[in-house]
Design a protein around this ligand. Sequence first.
Ligand code: FE2
Length: 398
Amino acid sequence: MSSAKVLNFGPPKTVVPDKPGDLPSPALAKFLPVDDFSKDDKLAEYPHTLSSDLCWGSNSFPRGPKDYVVQLTPEEVRHVSEAITAFKALNLENIALVSRENFRLPSPLAKKLRDISDEVHNGRGFVVIRGLKAKQCTCSDEDGVIAFLGVMSYIGDVRCANSNGMAMDHLRDAIRDEKPKGREHVELHPSKMMAPLKFHADRKFADILALFVKSKAASGGKQYLSSAWTVYNKMRESYPEDLRILVNEFPWPGVKDDQPHTTYSPVFFYKDGRIICQLVYRIFEGTNILNSRQWHALDVLEEVANGVAIELDVREGDIQVINNLGLLHARRGWIDRPGKERYYYRLGLRDTEHGWPRPDNYETVFDDRYGVVPEDQIIPITDFDPYGLTSLDDSGHG
Ligand SMILES: [Fe+2]
């Protein structure tokens, strides 16, 4: 790891956009010629231009949702319902044990789901599976979770878990939940509030980000995707000095042995022809670890990502399957009303057949969360402790 000199220039920016596009435009200055490489400059090892189906932009899907939604037929939804019933009949102690072996689907549907994994890893990077609306397929929260776990087991066979063994997250507004005694000082993670989130890729999480839309908000909550590969190409072309900052070692605040501990890794990795982007913002809140050039580089990334984004079409019952290594995601804030509350489940997965190779020497960024076997995983059916056990504090989100 090269030594990264960190300069502190006072408090970080705290500007949070209400929606993609609301971020005040930074001064997008161009600096030195990009080919002026120093001997330790990683940008020299990165590709000049990426070319693939993953390099899409705002106008790449002229048919809208028809270009990325996979609609399940009524018969396929019935097969999922039958698989839920068959799994529950096994009376296993832990629903984290749902797998391809015990959530049996007919071969054509299984192949359809495997093709989705191929598309997510080797194509445009995302697919929306539509048709599992609770009323049609499931009759309880547990059935919905089993359906989510079972369908996703065909797309990614290794599920990640956090340090508490929690292998599924609840994304919702938990602000009205009672704080447990002794945790009065604990604040909710932004994922459990109605706050908007800038473009990011859940860092130290998983290859595949899967979101099940249990219910939608009364208003707001729009979601956006951007291709990190398109962002890379545009930054390489127009903002190379900002890109240079993001491909070299970047400081990430953390804690080790109860002491502040900074680690270093890029925002943009490169391995075997693929760019991998890992970025969250919450980790920088309350710190002054980034200097003004580093904040500028992140502002440019956000600006470029806004410019090439698409708005995701969202319906209740959707499973959004997103390549968390090659795509960035963002969301608006939202407003809940009784009976119309935004509620998503989140899974992180890796597919051993299609999974991308890891960058060397960054195991803690990419592999830490795959160490809990399904027998030891916990799938919380409800968000029973959003300030504690089901918190997203170590989940690399937001
Ligand atoms: Fe996220």
